[in-house]
Design a protein around this ligand. Structure first.
Ligand code: OGA
Ligand code: NI
Length: 357
């Protein structure tokens, strides 16, 4: 199970199952009963929702806007998730990004398969997460690529079709990086740290960034499976461009699952494990999962902003007090992400296992 050289079984694109018109899903996608979504509470709109935060007050350089900072800080403590509007990324670019990726996933299978990935770097077109043989799989495919650091960015591993997809990814990536830099400043200040402390703890200009474009095909038996099993994101900060017309993301709140209703033109932001560690658990990464449906496919684009991969990350010095000793030991992100790469999504078990003795 430890080898990341190759997948333990041939990888089947979920899309090819869905498009074959099967009426029942294969056994290896059926979750144990306790892990299945209960689709009944999804159709009734949840009254409880993750906060929607307007970033308009944070004009360039004015990151100290107190009300916004407080809203973000509260959301990071209470939910680990929030939506942002007036985030500075062009709405046209957001739509273009979703449409171009939708077109990619509608290319013939052999063209997509020419980008088939391996668990060594995960870059490319794939379906499974984790290399455990005989594990129960999720109902989704994805395309994974690296944007930062510049040295490992390799656009030749990105799709070349539809035409202009590479330029669109580049443009989108640089806009979303700016948003992440802004959020890092606000989070740092909101914890009483200096404005640049979070960024510095992540390696300054040498941070990592990668993207996973998720494609969840229609599913004939959505009550038996999940598009993505419960997990917290291993990295720093995630900026998710959701499908604004199709719900699917659910966030864990006090033991139940809240279905996120995407706000028009918003991004969904969440804290990853690295910020939980850096903030000494003042801010928490929160478990989330994805449900699928029988009527319509869903696309989402997850942008992961991560620490420089060989830099140990541990609790910030300023957040360690006699009453609150360091809760975690330090680890590099290279080492940290091996866990999800080997085992696949497993709730919050990984960050829990980092707890200092
Ligand atoms: C992820 C993720 C949510 C979604 O890619 O890590 O949680 O809505 N995606 O696809
Ligand atoms: Ni996630």
């Amino acid at each position: 199970m430890d080898s990341l050289d190759a997948w333990p079984e041939p990888v089947v694109a979920v899309q090819s199952l869905a498009e074959a018109g099967i009426e029942t899903i294969p056994k290896n996608y059926i979750k144990p009963e306790s892990e299945r979504p209960s689709l009944t509470d999804v159709s009734s709109p949840n009254t409880l929702q993750i906060p929607v935060i307007d970033l308009g007050g944070l004009a360039e350089g004015v990151v100290e806007c107190r009300a916004t900072m407080k809203a973000i800080s509260d959301a990071c403590r209470d939910w680990g998730f929030f939506q942002v509007v007036n985030h500075g990324v062009s709405v046209e670019l957001m739509s273009k990004m979703k449409e171009i990726w939708r077109a990619f996933f509608h290319l013939p299978m052999d063209q997509k398969q020419s980008y088939a990935n391996s668990p060594t770097t995960y870059e490319g077109y794939g379906s499974r997460l984790g290399v455990d043989k005989d594990s129960i799989l999720d109902w989704g495919d994805y395309f994974y690529l690296h944007l930062l650091p510049f040295a490992i960015k390799n656009p030749n591993k990105w799709p070349s079709l539809p035409s202009s997809i590479r330029e669109t990814i580049e443009e989108y990536g640089s806009e979303v990086v700016k948003l992440c830099e802004l959020l890092m400043k606000v989070m740092s200040l909101s914890l009483g740290l200096d404005v640049g402390d979070f960024q510095e703890a992540f390696g300054g200009e040498e941070v990592g960034a990668c993207m996973r474009v998720n494609y969840y095909p229609k599913c004939p038996q959505p009550e038996l499976t999940l598009g993505l099993s419960p997990h917290s994101d291993p990295g720093g900060l995630t900026v998710l461009l959701p499908d604004h017309h199709v719900q699917g993301l659910q966030v864990r709140k006090a033991g139940s699952w809240v279905t996120v209703q995407p706000f028009p033109n918003s991004f969904i932001v969440n804290i990853g494990d690295q910020i939980q560690v850096l903030s000494n658990a003042v801010y928490k990464s929160v478990e989330h999962r994805v449900i699928v449906n029988a009527e319509v496919e869903r696309i989402s684009i997850a942008f992961f902003y991560n620490p420089k991969s060989d830099l140990p990350v541990g609790p910030a010095r300023q957040l360690i007090t006699p009453d609150r000793p360091p809760l975690y030991r330090s680890m590099t992100f290279n080492e940290y992400r091996l866990y999800i790469r080997k085992k696949g999504p497993r709730g919050k078990t990984q960050v829990e296992s980092l707890k200092a003795a």
